[in-house]
Design a protein around this ligand. Structure first.
Ligand code: OSB
Ligand code: MG
Length: 371
C-alpha cells in the first residue's frame, strides 16, 4: 500500500547549545536546522531533522542549501511519486547528486511516518534488536584549565568512552596529559581533517596512548592518503567525513584506508543507506558506531533507532539531551544512565515532539500541500 502524504512541513529552528563546541575548524554555539514533518491521511506525522550547519565547514552542505534542495528538488520528487516503502526514497532521490543531508532530512520523516502507520518502533522497522545502546561523549577543544574537569565530569556520568577533538597545537601533549589522569578510560581522538601526510611522524606518537581510534586525521575527501597513514600506524583509523555512500566504505576496505567507520545518517543520505553500510561492515566483521552532528531530539531519536542494529558494537556519539540543550524538543528528553540509553518502544521515533519547546525555537515555517 502506498504511503499517502498529505503535506510536508519544514520547521526552521534556531537553538543555542549550552556550551560552545570547538573543533579543528572553528566554534559553534547556535544551531540552525530544519525539523521536517510528513503527514498522512490519518494525521500520523513523521519527523526528520536536517544536520547541515549554517556554514559549510564540515561538508559542502549548509542550512540554505538544504532548504534549496528540499523545496526546489526533493519535495517535488516526493509529490510526483508514489511511495510504498521508505526504502524507495533514496532511489527516487538518486538523480539529485549528493546533498545527502537534505535528502536524509526528508527520508527520516518518511521512515518515522511509515513506522507510525505500521504501529512499529522505528528501531524494529529497521530490523534493530538491541534494547539499549552504549554512548560515549565528544569533547570539544577548550582551555586546558577546564579540560580535565570537563572530562572527569563525563567519566563520572558513566559515558563509555571519551572522544577528544584535536588540531595541530592541541593534540599529542594534551592527549598524553589526559591519558595520565585517566589511564583506563576508553579514549579516542577526532581531528576533523586537520592534518596531512607531512604530519605522519607527529601522528605516530599517538600510537603510545592506547587510543581506540583516531577519527578523520586527513583531508575530508580522502581515502588514499588515509591508507598510507594506516599502514604505518597501529592506532585504528576511523573515517567520518570521507564516507558518503555505500561505495566509499567498499573502496576504503579495498584500500585499507581505515579499520572502523562511524555512520552519520545525514552524511550518507539517510537511514536506508546507513543500513546498507552497516550490513556491508557486518559482512566483513568490522566495528561500526553511530556518529553525531549535535542533533536535537528528533535527529537523536533516529540515531538511537539506527544504533539498535547489531553491528553497532562501539559506543556512539549520541549523548543525552542535557549535554547539548537547556531544553530539548522532545518528550521525554534522551537520558543516559551508566553510559546507556534505553531504546523507546513507542511507534516511530518513540518520543513525542514537545510542541511548547518547539514553538520557542521556530523561526520560520513552510508547508507543501500534496493535494
Ligand atoms: O566530527 O564527529 C564529528 C560535531 C559536529 C560536527 C562533526 C562532529 C561532531 C562531534 C560531536 O564530534 C558529536 C555529537 O556529540 O553530536
Ligand atoms: Mg568526526
Amino acid at each position: 500500500m502506498t504511503i499517502p502524504i498529505n503535506y510536508i512541513k519544514l520547521h526552521k529552528l534556531n537553538m543555542r547549545l549550552k556550551e560552545p563546541f570547538t573543533t579543528s575548524f572553528g566554534t559553534l554555539q547556535d544551531k540552525e536546522f530544519f525539523i521536517t514533518e510528513a503527514a498522512d491521511d490519518r494525521d500520523n506525522r513523521g519527523y526528520g531533522e536536517s544536520v547541515a550547519f549554517t556554514s559549510p565547514w564540515y561538508s559542502e552542505e549548509s542550512v540554505k542549501t538544504n532548504l534549496h534542495m528540499m523545496e526546489d528538488f526533493l519535495i517535488p520528487i516526493l509529490k510526483e511519486n508514489e511511495i510504498k516503502h521508505p526504502e524507495e526514497v533514496s532511489t527516487l532521490f538518486s538523480p539529485i547528486k549528493r546533498n545527502n543531508m537534505a535528502k536524509s532530512a526528508l527520508e527520516g520523516a518518511i521512515w518515522d511516518l511509515y513506522a507510525k502507520r505500521e504501529n512499529l518502533p522505528l528501531a524494529k522497522a529497521l530490523g534493530g534488536i538491541n534494547k539499549e545502546v552504549d554512548v560515549g561523549i565528544s569533547i570539544g577543544i577548550q582551555p586546558l584549565e577546564d579540560f580535565l574537569k570537563t572530562i572527569d565530569y563525563y567519566v563520572q556520568e558513566g559515558y563509555k568512552r571519551i572522544k577528544i577533538k584535536i588540531k595541530p597545537g592541541f593534540d599529542v601533549d594534551v592527549l598524553r596529559e589526559v591519558r595520565k589522569h585517566f589511564p583506563d578510560t576508553p579514549m579516542m581522538a577526532d581531528a576533523n581533517s586537520a592534518y596531512t601526510l607531512d604530519d605522519i611522524e607527529h601522528l605516530k606518537q599517538l600510537d603510545d596512548l592506547n587510543l581506540m581510534m583516531i577519527e578523520q586525521p586527513l583531508s575530508h575527501d580522502d581515502i588514499v592518503d588515509h591508507a598510507k597513514l594506516q599502514e604505518v600506524m597501529h592506532t585504528p583509523i576511523c573515517l567520518d567525513e570521507s564516507i558518503h555512500s555505500l561505495e566509499d566504505p567498499r573502496k576504503a576496505i579495498e584500500l585499507g584506508s581505515c579499520k572502523v567507520i562511524n555512520i552519520k545518517i545525514g552524511r550518507v543520505g539517510g537511514i536506508t543507506e546507513s543500513k546498507r553500510i552497516h550490513d556491508l561492515w557486518k559482512e566483513h566483521g568490522i566495528d561500526v558506531w553511530c556518529g553525531g552532528m549535535l542533533e536535537a531530539g528528533v535527529g537523536r531519536a533516529h540515531n538511537i533507532a539506527l544504533t539498535t542494529l547489531t553491528q553497532f558494537t562501539m559506543p556512539g556519539d549520541t549523548a543525552g539531551s542535557s549535554r547539548y540543550w537547556e531544553k530539548d524538543i522532545i518528550k521525554p528528553e534522551v537520558t543516559v544512565k551508566n553510559g546507556v540509553i534505553s531504546v523507546p518502544d513507542h511507534p516511530g521515533i518513540g518520543y513525542e515532539l514537545d510542541e511548547e519547546a518547539l514553538a520557542n525555537y521556530i523561526v520560520e515555517e513552510k508547508k507543501f500541500d500534496f493535494y
